[in-house]
Design a protein around this ligand. Structure first.
Ligand code: AMP
Length: 266
C-alpha cells in the first residue's frame, strides 16, 4: 500500500467488523485498522475493563465466572456494553472496528438491525494453528493497547510492547482447556451465522496462509520464528503463513481494493 493518507481518507467513518475464531488475529488486525483512524471496540477488552474497574458489582462477578471458563457471557450483559460503545461520538465520527462481537445469532441480529456495517473481514486461519498459536506460541498481550505477540512474532524486547511500550501479560484464560472450549463454542455458535452476515454485509476473506505448499519439519518452523512461518492446514498439508507485517500489508491492500479502487472507477 503506497499512499497511506489516501487509505486513511477512504476508510474514515467506515464501520467494520473482524470475524473469526479465538487466536486468529482479530486483535492485531483491529490494531492495523486503528492505525488508519478507526476506533477499536473489542468485547473482550470492554468486559475485562468492566471487571477490573468495578470488580464488586453483580454484573462483573457474573461476567468473570463465564470468562474464566471460556464460556460466552450472557447477551443481556454484553449487548448493552457494546451498543453503548458504538453509539459514542468518536465511533460515529471516525468509524470503528468491532472485534469479538457478535458471537451469537441474537447479538448479530441486534447489531445488524441497528448499525449498517460497511465491511466484515473474515480471518481465515487453519484450525490446527489456533491452539498451537495461543498455547505453544505462548501468546501475550499488551495491557495498554492490546497488541498480541507470540514466540512466532515476538516483541523486540521481551515483556514490552513494540508499539506503545506497555507491559505484556499472558491472559489467564489462554490455557489448553479454556481455549479448546472457546474454539468449540466458536464452531457451535458463532461460525454458523456467518451465512446470515453474508446476506446483510459485504464479507471479505483475509487468509493467513500463502498459497505455495511444501513439506517442512518443526525445526524449520522454529527457525522461521518472527518472519514467515509454516502451519499445518486443516486439510493436512503444510502452508506458509504470513507474520504480523505480512498480514498488515495484505489487509491494507484489501482495504484499498474495497474502498479506493471502486471509488476511482465511478
Ligand atoms: P476475547 O478477548 O474476545 O477472547 O474474549 C474473552 C472472553 O470474554 C470470552 O471467552 C467470553 O467469555 C467473553 N466475551 C467476549 N466477547 C463476547 C461476546 N461477544 N459474547 C459473549 N461473551 C464474550
Amino acid at each position: 500500500m503506497e499512499n497511506m493518507e489516501e487509505l486513511r481518507a477512504a476508510i474514515k467513518g467506515k464501520k467494520t467488523l473482524v470475524f473469526g475464531p479465538p487466536g486468529c488475529g482479530k486483535g492485531n488486525r483491529s490494531k492495523d485498522l486503528e492505525a488508519l483512524g478507526l476506533v477499536h471496540v473489542s468485547s473482550g477488552i470492554a468486559l475485562r475493563a468492566k471487571v477490573r474497574d468495578d470488580p464488586d458489582s453483580e454484573l462483573s462477578k457474573k461476567a468473570v465466572d463465564f470468562m474464566k471458563r471460556g464460556e460466552l457471557v450472557p447477551d443481556d450483559i454484553v449487548v448493552p456494553i457494546i451498543m453503548e460503545h458504538l453509539n459514542r461520538d468518536e465511533c460515529r465520527k471516525n468509524g470503528f472496528v468491532l472485534d469479538g462481537f457478535p458471537r451469537t445469532k441474537d447479538q448479530a441480529d441486534v447489531l445488524f438491525s441497528q448499525v449498517g456495517i460497511d465491511l466484515v473481514l473474515y480471518l481465515d486461519v487453519p484450525h490446527k494453528f489456533l491452539l498451537y498459536g495461543i498455547v505453544e506460541g505462548n501468546r501475550r498481550l499488551c495491557v495498554d493497547c492490546a497488541t498480541g505477540y507470540s514466540d512466532f512474532d515476538p516483541p523486540r524486547k521481551e515483556g514490552v510492547c513494540d508499539k506503545c511500550a506497555g507491559k505484556l501479560i499472558k491472559r489467564t484464560d489462554d490455557n489448553v482447556k479454556t481455549v479448546e472450549n472457546r474454539l468449540k463454542l466458536y464452531e457451535e455458535q458463532t461460525k454458523l451465522f456467518l451465512r446470515d452476515i453474508e446476506i446483510k454485509a459485504t464479507v471479505e476473506i483475509l487468509p493467513i496462509t500463502v498459497s505455495d505448499e511444501e513439506v517442512i519439519d518443526d525445526k524449520y518452523l522454529k527457525k522461521l520464528k518472527g518472519r514467515v512461518y509454516w502451519v499445518q492446514t486443516d486439510q493436512g498439508s503444510k502452508a506458509r503463513m504470513l507474520n504480523l507485517e505480512g498480514m498488515k500489508k495484505r489487509l491494507y491492500n484489501l482495504l484499498a481494493e474495497t474502498f479506493i479502487v471502486p471509488a476511482k472507477r465511478d
